[in-house]
Design a protein around this ligand. Structure first.
Ligand code: C2O
Ligand code: CU
Ligand code: CU
Length: 456
C-alpha cells in the first residue's frame, strides 16, 4: 500500500478550528448521516498525574486521562475520531477487537503512516459489533502503552440490554518506583520470560480504589485488561457474579466461578448482584485486592438478571470445509542481535520466524495467506513455558477446543494460550488485508512473537 500525506496537509490550522475542549477531548452526538455518527477529538499528550500519593508521574494521556478517555458509540453507527498527536514521537491508534477496514487498523506502514508530532489523523469506521473493546498505539508499544496510552471503547447494543447500571474497570499496572518515576518498560531477561511487569497495579488509574455500586441492583461490570504484561486471575469471593461476555462477544450467562484468567488485551463482562447497602466486596487478582466494590443507597426496586446479550453478526466458520493451518509459538532466544544498532532482541518466534519491529518490510512476508471468503481452522501450539494471549486483527475467531481445558465454543479476538497448550480456533477469512497476529504481552510481541496474515 502506498500513502499520501493528504490527511495531514491541513495541519494544526484544521485542529484549532474545531477548538479543544477542557481536558483536550470533545464529544458531540447526533450528526445524522445514514446512521448516527459519534465524533471525538482525541488528543494524545504528556500529562502529570498522581499515581503514587504525593508524587507526580509524567504519563502520556488520551483526552487528558490515563487510561484514556472512554469512547462510546452504538452498534451499527459510525465512530469518527480525530487523533491529534501532541506526543514527542510518532504514534497511531489501533482499535483492538473492532472488525474494520485495514486503512483504519492503525498499524504503521501497513494501514497508514505514523502520525508525527503535531499532526492528526482522522479515523472513521462503522461498528459492526457491540461489546467492550479498547484502543492503543501500534508504535513503540512497550513505552507508549506503558506510559498510559490505552483506553476503553464501549459499543452499546442497538436495543437496551436489560442492564440499567454499568461500570468500566480498566486494569493497568505501571512501571514506576515508589516515587512515581518510570523505570524500564522492558528488561531483556523479563522479555525472554513472562514479560516485564509493572509494579503499581491500578483500576481506572487508581491503586485499590473503592467503587460505589447501587445496592440490590445487577450491575454490568466491564473489566478490561489494558496491561502490557500481567494476566489477572480475577475473582470476586462471596459475590454472585455471572459472565455475560468475553472479549467483546456475548456468551450464554454462566457463573464466574472461582477465578477467570484475563490476559493482556482481554476483556470480561460480568453481571454482579450488588449486595445490601454498606457491604463491601473485594475484586481480586488471585489473593491481591484490586478494588473494593461498595454497595450504597437503595430504594430502587431490586434488579433481575438480564437475559443473554444478543449475538454479534460474526460469520460462522464452515468447519467441514475449513482448511487447517498450524502455528507454533516458541522460544527463539536469539541473544546475539546488535541492539545498539537499532536491532531488536528476538526471543520468540511463530513457525520459526521472529518478527523484527524495526524492519518495516516484515508485513510484506505474511506467515499465511488466506483466501477471502474461505473458512480456516488455526491450530495454535504453545511450545513454551509461558502463556501467550494470542490476538488477531481484523477478524473475530471462534475458539473450538483445547487439549488443556474444556471449552464452550465462543467468539473472541484474543485467546490466552496456556503453557504447552494446543487450542483450535476457526474463522471465516472475510476481511481483505494484511492483519497482525501476535501475542499481546507487549514484551513478547516486540521481541518476535508477531506475524502478518494476509487475506486476499
Ligand atoms: Cu491490541 Cu495488535 O493489538
Ligand atoms: Cu488488535
Ligand atoms: Cu507471549
Amino acid at each position: 500500500m502506498s500513502f499520501t500525506r493528504r490527511q495531514i496537509l491541513a495541519g494544526l490550522a484544521g485542529v484549532s478550528v474545531l477548538g479543544l475542549g477542557a481536558g483536550g477531548a470533545r464529544y458531540w452526538l447526533g450528526r445524522p448521516e445514514e446512521a448516527r455518527t459519534h465524533d471525538y477529538e482525541l488528543i494524545a499528550a504528556p500529562l502529570d498525574v498522581e499515581l503514587v500519593p504525593g508524587h507526580r508521574t509524567s504519563v502520556w494521556a488520551y483526552g487528558g486521562q490515563a487510561p484514556g478517555l472512554e469512547l462510546r458509540a452504538r452498534q451499527g453507527d459510525w465512530l469518527r475520531v480525530r487523533f491529534v498527536n501532541r506526543l514527542p514521537e510518532p504514534s497511531t491508534i489501533h482499535w483492538h477487537g473492532i472488525r474494520l477496514p485495514l486503512e483504519m487498523d492503525g498499524v504503521p506502514y501497513v494501514s497508514q503512516l505514523p502520525v508525527l508530532p503535531g499532526e492528526y489523523f482522522d479515523y472513521r469506521f462503522r461498528l459492526p459489533d457491540a461489546g467492550s473493546f479498547w484502543y492503543h498505539p501500534h508504535t513503540a508499544s512497550g513505552e507508549q502503552l506503558g506510559r498510559g496510552l490505552v483506553g476503553p471503547l464501549i459499543v452499546e447494543e442497538r436495543e437496551p440490554s436489560g442492564f440499567r447500571h454499568e461500570r468500566t474497570l480498566s486494569l493497568k499496572s505501571w512501571h514506576v518506583d515508589g516515587q512515581g518515576v518510570f523505570g524500564e518498560f522492558s528488561v531483556p531477561r523479563e522479555a525472554a520470560r513472562g514479560g516485564t511487569p509493572g509494579r503499581l497495579t491500578t483500576v481506572n488509574g487508581e491503586a485499590a480504589p473503592t467503587l460505589e455500586l447501587p445496592a440490590g441492583q445487577i450491575v454490568r461490570l466491564r473489566i478490561l485488561n489494558l496491561d502490557n504484561t500481567l494476566t489477572y486471575r480475577l475473582n470476586l469471593p462471596d459475590a454472585e457474579a455471572r459472565i455475560y461476555a468475553l472479549d467483546g462477544n456475548p456468551v450464554a450467562p454462566r457463573p464466574l466461578g472461582k477465578e477467570y484468567w484475563l490476559g493482556p488485551g482481554m476483556r470480561i463482562e460480568l453481571g454482579l448482584r450488588v449486595p445490601a447497602a454498606g457491604v463491601e466486596l473485594p475484586l481480586r487478582n488471585g489473593p491481591l485486592r484490586l478494588a473494593t466494590l461498595k454497595s450504597v443507597g437503595g430504594g430502587e426496586a431490586p434488579g433481575a438478571w438480564p437475559a443473554a446479550l444478543p449475538a454479534n453478526p460474526v460469520p460462522e466458520p464452515d468447519l467441514a470445509a475449513a482448511e487447517s493451518l498450524r502455528f507454533n509459538f516458541e522460544w527463539a532466544g536469539a541473544l546475539s542481535v546488535n541492539t545498539e544498532q537499532g536491532g531488536a532482541f528476538k526471543f520468540w518466534q511463530i513457525n520459526g520466524q521472529a518478527w523484527d519491529i524495526n524492519d518495516r518490510s516484515c508485513a510484506e512476508r505474511p506467515i499465511a495467506t488466506l483466501q477471502q471468503g474461505r473458512s480456516y481452522i488455526f491450530e495454535l501450539r504453545n511450545v513454551s513455558q509461558y502463556q501467550h494471549p494470542i490476538h488477531l486483527h481484523g477478524m473475530t475467531f471462534k475458539v473450538l477446543d483445547s487439549n488443556r481445558r474444556k471449552i464452550a465454543p465462543y467468539f473472541t479476538d484474543t485467546y490466552l494460550l496456556g503453557r504447552n497448550e494446543t487450542a483450535r480456533v476457526a474463522l471465516v477469512a472475510d476481511n481483505p488485508g494484511v492483519w497482525m497476529f501476535h501475542c499481546h504481552v507487549v514484551d513478547h510481541m516486540e521481541t518476535g512473537l508477531m506475524a502478518a496474515i494476509k487475506v486476499a
